[in-house]
Unconditional design. Structure first.
Lengths: 233, 524
């Protein structure tokens, strides 16, 4: 289980204080207004931001003392996930071995993961030769091939058109069935993941205002705030 | 069929092409158009060989220093870093004749280095003339320029890539391979080409520090053919060869190395994960120390002139200052007006007439002026206007004209993109409301354009104010600019006065460049 307890971060113009629990193997969709602290929450879990106080554990292991590269966490951003000078296969392989000196087994794993995201045959292509949706599939493949049990998706499909966005969400669902991982995903359009997510958290003003089953959150007292946040963002 | 008058930009483009072509034809035909290339071929080979070797070495050393400094500065933050960045930015506008003074002041026979060595008992001698002086001056002017451009490019790496590097635990070597090197690889060809072009065309530095006729660039050889030997035919051939080489290089730079727009990222900047590496700390400290030891004494050498400023404020100085100012203002006005006309024509072609290829020709025309040898153009135009005007007054016409044309590419780079921005923002609104012509200029373009126009004007003034180019042809008791006065004082070994004049030129250039920088970074 991912357990965040009173993790506090402060900047001159922003304060955040997070408390959130996500069950192992669950998909937690994080919604909320722009500038409310969704990305900061993910960056804190990934280790890019260090809380001044509080605890952050994954399956009982504290993540706070660990450097980002040592955390059992993989992250996918909205943009700029891929290095444009590397091929698709090399970009995925970075998740396994940053030196890119791979064993035959690792090479095979990269091929299998590309097949899983529907990009078999694209190994030698460069990111510049692919569409936005294909590039996000590559980033997803890299996050999954790393074998890390917690995957953070920071508005990964926001730049895609609605049809493609739903395809990508379906893909995430399929991939979860193949390999159980815990996913925390910030998203602008909660209806995209309403069927898929096990949990939804509403984050605003640097705090997790509410967390629970998606239906309860979307139809509960916060419904109008969520709708307003979605329309504003 | 209705007649529509040509666009002012088309007329300007035609006038520039006619002016350059007319100048060259006048120069090439003044001796009856004798084919003189064969007779100068051994000399030409010598000049070309020297030009290429010194330019290649200058480029190599400038890139090595500039890239080293850029990487070290990208990794390190320290007190005074902003001042270092400002100094790196300002060496771009140091007039070449001031750089010549700086080399003499530090590395000359009576320079700071020789004095220091003598203090420690060394009694040998060394000559700064030839390759050493030329390379030092070129690297001093171009190394910091390379550093600044490269540093700006390194900053464009998306924050997400740095976060990924942190998440993957990249080693310093992997960071260089996956984050720094792709940026350098994209920047290097263009930067190397530009520095090579500038050094290949170098005039004041090679003239003053070359140390003899065997060490001349094509630009110096053209000057000598015109000023000393009065051999117009030779000057024409040399100019055509320089034009062909520089034009080819400019064309390659313009098209082959056009970069994709920088990756847009909204994420806050992040620190590099390799800053903690001990070995890199030592390497960066060594690079920064070498850079400081090389650049700081040269950059600060003119400060020695502070004590002597009162001594140079005589009638000659006032007259030279007024002449420089008048030439700079006229040249900058001309450059901005021409740039505005050309950019407006390019915009019309690109947006209204949907012909991007012709628009690209308008964009390319100012760049081609970088390849035109100013001495040959000046001489050709001199031959043309002496038929219509008093030849003794030719300098007064040609100096602002040639300086204006030389500043045009820089003014164009400020003005053209913003003119296009204005169209993108307001073009449709203007069209729907029927706002055209001067009203459109006043209401739509001017608010977006006034700051880049000011920036382009200030930069063009800075370049013209410190220029020691064709004034070498016309300069004398009758016509003196401040850079020419500095050249005279250097020639007379009056180093104190040269320092004072150099300081004042540099101050004026820095002030103008600062204004230009502030305006270009300001919002609308």
């Amino acid at each position: 289980m991912l357990a965040i307890e009173k993790c506090r971060l402060t900047w001159p113009d922003f304060e955040a204080d997070y408390t959130l629990n996500v069950e192992a193997g669950a998909l937690c969709a994080v919604v909320g207004p722009s500038g409310g602290g969704k990305t900061t929450l993910l960056h804190m879990i990934a280790g890019f931001e260090k809380p001044e106080s509080g605890t952050l554990t994954l399956n009982g292991q504290s993540l706070l003392p660990l450097e980002p590269s040592k955390r059992p966490v993989a992250i996918v951003f909205q943009d700029h996930n891929l290095f444009p000078h590397l091929t698709v296969a090399e970009n995925v392989a970075l998740g396994l071995r940053p030196s890119l000196r791979m064993t035959p087994e690792e090479r095979r794993a990269v091929g299998e993961m590309l097949e899983a995201v529907g990009l078999s045959g694209f190994e030698k292509r460069r990111p510049g030769e692919m569409s936005g949706g294909q590039r996000q599939r590559v980033a997803l493949a890299r996050a999954l091939v790393s074998g890390r049990p917690l995957i953070l998706l920071d508005e990964p499909f926001s730049s895609l058109d609605p049809g493609l966005r739903r395809d990508m969400v379906r893909l995430v669902g399929e991939l979860r069935r193949r390999r159980p991982v815990t996913i925390v995903m910030t998203i602008h359009t909660p209806e995209d993941v309403a069927d898929l997510a096990d949990q939804m958290a509403f984050v605003a003003e640097g705090r997790v205002i509410a967390s629970g089953p998606p239906a309860a959150i979307l139809n509960g007292p916060l419904a109008s705030r969520i709708a307003s946040a979605v329309s504003d963002s | 069929m209705t007649y529509s008058p040509p666009h002012p930009g088309s007329l300007v483009a035609f006038a520039i092409v006619a002016l350059v072509a007319g100048g060259f034809i006048a120069l090439a035909t003044v001796d009856g158009g004798k084919p003189a290339l064969l007779s100068i071929s051994p000399y030409l080979v010598q000049v070309l060989t020297f030009s290429v070797i010194q330019a290649a070495l200058s480029t190599l050393l400038s890139l090595a220093l500039g890239i080293g400094l850029a990487l070290a500065l990208a990794r390190r933050s320290f007190t005074g870093r902003e001042i270092v960045l400002a100094v790196l930015g300002t060496t771009m506008v140091i007039p070449t004749i001031v750089a010549v003074y700086a080399v003499f002041a530090i590395y000359g026979r009576s320079g700071l280095l020789a004095e220091a060595l003598r203090f420690f008992g060394w009694d040998g001698s060394f000559s700064i003339f030839g390759y050493p002086g030329i390379l030092i001056a070129h690297v001093f002017l171009n190394g910091p320029f390379v550093a600044r451009i490269t540093l700006d490019a390194l900053r464009q790496v998306p924050a997400e890539h740095w976060r990924l590097a942190t998440a993957f635990g990249f080693s310093p070597a992997q960071i260089f391979r996956h984050l720094d090197w792709p940026v350098l690889r994209a920047e290097l060809p263009g930067l190397a080409g530009l520095v090579f072009l500038l050094c290949f065309k170098s005039f004041a530095i090679v003239l003053a520090l070359g140390g003899g006729p065997s060490r001349a660039t094509l630009e110096v050889a053209i000057f000598e053919a015109l000023k000393i030997d009065l051999d117009f035919g030779r000057a024409a051939w040399l100019a055509l060869i320089q034009l062909a080489i520089c034009l080819s290089l400019t064309a390659i730079l313009n098209w082959a190395f056009a970069r994709a727009p920088a990756g847009h990222t909204l994420r806050a900047p992040v620190s590099r994960p390799d800053i903690e590496n001990r070995r890199l700390r030592i390497i960066d400290a060594v690079i920064l120390a070498i850079g400081a030891l090389f650049i700081a004494p040269l950059a600060l050498s003119v400060l020695d002139g502070l004590r002597h400023v009162p001594a140079v404020l005589d009638a000659d100085f006032i007259e030279a200052f007024a002449t420089s100012l008048a030439i700079a203002v006229t040249a900058a006005s001309l450059a901005c007006l021409l740039a505005l006309a050309l950019a407006s024509a390019a915009r019309r072609r690109r947006v209204a007439l949907k012909s991007p290829r012709i628009a690209a020709l308008y964009d390319f025309l100012p760049s081609t002026l970088l390849a035109v040898p100013p001495f040959a153009l000046t001489a050709g135009l001199f031959l043309l206007i002496r038929r219509f005007a008093d030849p003794s007054q030719a300098g007064l016409i040609l100096l602002p004209l040639i300086n204006g044309l030389a500043a045009l590419p820089f003014a164009y780079r400020y003005i053209a993109p913003r003119l296009l921005t204005a169209e993108e923002r307001y073009g449709r609104v203007a069209a729907s409301l029927g706002i055209t012509g001067l009203s459109k200029l006043r209401l739509m373009d001017w608010p977006v354009l006034k700051r880049p126009l000011g920036a382009g004007f200030a930069l063009a003034m800075a370049l013209s104010f410190g220029d020691f180019g064709i004034i070498a042809l016309f300069g004398g008791a009758e016509l003196r600019t401040l850079p020419y006065l500095l050249y005279e004082r250097l020639g007379a070994y009056r180093m104190d006065e040269a320092a004072a004049i150099g300081l004042l030129i540099v101050l004026a250039a820095f002030l103008l460049a600062h204004v230009s920088g502030r305006l270009s970074h300001a919002g609308d």
